[in-house]
Design a protein around this ligand. Sequence first.
Ligand code: PXG
Ligand code: PLP
Length: 444
Amino acid sequence: MTATAFKPVDPNNLEALWMPFTANRQFKKKPRLLARAKGMHYYTPDGREILDGTAGLWCVNAGHGREKIVEAIAKQAGTMDYAPGFQMGHPIQFEFASRLQAMLPGDLDKVFFTNSGSESVDTALKIALAYHRAKGQGQRVRFIGRERGYHGVGFGGISVGGMVANRKQFGLQLPYVDHLPSTHLPDKNRFVRGQPEHGAELADALEKLIALHDASTIAAVIVEPLAGSTGVLVPPKGYLQRLRAICDAHGILLIFDEVITGFGRLGASFAAEKFGVTPDLMTVAKGITNAAVPMGAVFARKELYDAMMNGPENMIELFHGYTYSGHPLACAAGLATLDIYREEGLFERAAGLAPYWEDAVHSLKSRRNVVDVRNLGLVAGIELDPRKGMPTARAYDVLVDCFDAGVLVRTTGDIVALSPPLIVEKPQIDRIVDTLGQAIDRAA
Ligand code: PXG
Ligand code: PLP
């Protein structure tokens, strides 16, 4: 050990950290720091209150600093910090899996734990491949994603994903991937409240891809039921039903990526429940622990699990898992989170507030440079006209202006995305929308 290994550092120096999905140089010149959080609010290091219009990054669905979750994590940390999850188990992960199982829609039945949405996506893609192989259909190795899809940042996720910026920097991707067109039809569906009428026919593009590649080569289709990260694209009426029917007709698995839509965001436990369409695999993360400890999960139909349980009993069935799969602190946080969701009826609360939310966000329609407003549940996307030759600049100015005025919003491209914690009160909705409207006016 050298004497310099633990030399003192300046805690306020920002240079050591390489920040994720951030314009590092711009940020470090004028940082925006959040130091504390409670309920609907963040607080800056100098104590300024910021109303959280985004539930962090779409994840703090029950609001910040919930005592019950804090206590559960602290208690578990004192009882058992960590236990191996490979060939060993610990009680709380089985309990949490059972609690999740009890709330799953349709015949989803098995729970595999990960630590993030990206890991959940990789896991689901691998389960799909392993399932087909177990059924003697190992030639089904192709995945179908969708343009403007976001499935995290693993190689699997960026391959099936459809966000150009997240792919082009890296060149290499999974082979055998194709994409459906996005469901965004701005000419037909502008300023639509809730689900658009037009666009179910876009699911028929899957038939064309099946004709091109042959169904026997396709393992799974993966889509976000409602695309969040790419600017809140609400599924057209009937679209998901049609995808489900086409997959069924061709033995193709359907994966719903519910990392954002899971745990109440749309006013139901899951989007699958809201839309009445059950996938074969579902990926979740974020709201599963109210973001208090990182965690993700994959939910699978029993048939997928059973198909892999037929080798010798002493053999590992799925050669996949993470050191921290089912981490005790995450499970403790998750159990307390589910208690809060149930006791406070937060999913129903989100559904009840959705009409007020819809009216509020659509009041921005008449503002200059607002070219579309989209919403469902407690989600909204407000699309701005980009400045000539300067894409994203207008939305970024809006974000900074809102932050200076005490409201946290999120932007993707020139779209402002809103997704407040499900505990939001009506006056807070008004404040978010008023502040945003004024910022949009100023960002001429
Ligand atoms: N799938 C979906 C549908 C997501 O929204 C991921 C996978 C990846 O999850 P992790 O936990 O690996 O980040 C996500 C994550 C934003 C934003 O502002 C969205 C996400 C993450 C960060 C920011 O839109 N979604
Ligand atoms: N890299 C090395 C060298 C490892 O030993 C491990 C796990 O043991 C990993 C990566 C994977 O880490 P995790 O299980 O946290 O995803």
